[in-house]
Design a protein around this ligand. Structure first.
Ligand code: FE
Ligand code: ZN
Ligand code: FE
Length: 201
């Protein structure tokens, strides 16, 4: 490993880390799309997948501008965020909307991590007078922020609301028939989790 002896080398190292994050995400997002139920969620994830592929290409251009080979260096943070997201997706959910709510949570954690990483790299590029590199990275940062906002919208307008109404439908069901005693406690448990997800946003 190369010694980091200046802000220039630090910037290149950070770009390698971000490049690794983006490449991991191009493999992780399709799994999230597959696991998602709400159409708005899968389409949001799919359009961000296309952006993520472009972000990889932008990073390759940034390496070129800096006269460096496009090399990735393991981003332990994103590897962990993705691993945790996969764990959350694999849980046993009573309703699909609850899984969707968990997928949104995992995706937003990834977006926030990327936003932080790009913010630092852009600041360093500007300090070094590399406006060309900063402007390129800024385009990706804007996409990350937009993806994060879009996910909040999907949560607020559809997923969290559905998670709550799935719970009320269960409650109504039981009030009418009362023939599934085993379901009540589980439905209430999930409802409580769905409610706390909603109040967080
Ligand atoms: Fe990205
Ligand atoms: Zn990292
Ligand atoms: Fe992203």
């Amino acid at each position: 490993m190369q010694k980091i002896d200046s802000l220039d080398t630090l910037l290149v190292e950070q770009l390698r880390d971000i490049y690794d994050s983006e490449r991991r995400l191009t493999k992780a997002i399709p799994k999230m799309v597959k696991a998602a139920t709400a159409e708005e969620l899968s389409s949001t994830l799919e359009s961000h997948l296309a952006e993520t592929e472009e972000q990889c290409a932008r990073l390759e251009r940034a390496f070129g501008m800096l006269g460096e080979p496009a090399r990735a260096r393991t981003c332990a943070g994103m590897r962990g965020i993705i691993e945790e997201g996969e764990e959350h997706m694999a849980e046993d959910y009573e309703f699909d909307t609850l899984r969707d709510a968990a997928i949104i949570g995992a995706a937003q954690r990834a977006e926030h991590y990327e936003i932080a990483a790009y913010g630092t790299a852009i600041a360093h590029a500007r300090l070094l007078g590399r406006e060309d590199v900063a402007d390129l990275l800024d385009q990706s940062l804007a996409e990350e922020k937009n993806a994060d906002e879009k996910l909040t919208e999907v949560a607020e307008n559809c997923v969290n609301v559905e998670a709550m109404s799935a719970r009320s439908a269960e409650d109504d069901d039981e009030a009418e028939s009362g023939d599934r005693p085993g379901r009540s406690a589980r439905a209430n448990g999930n409802g409580a989790r769905a409610r706390s997800t909603r109040s967080r946003r």
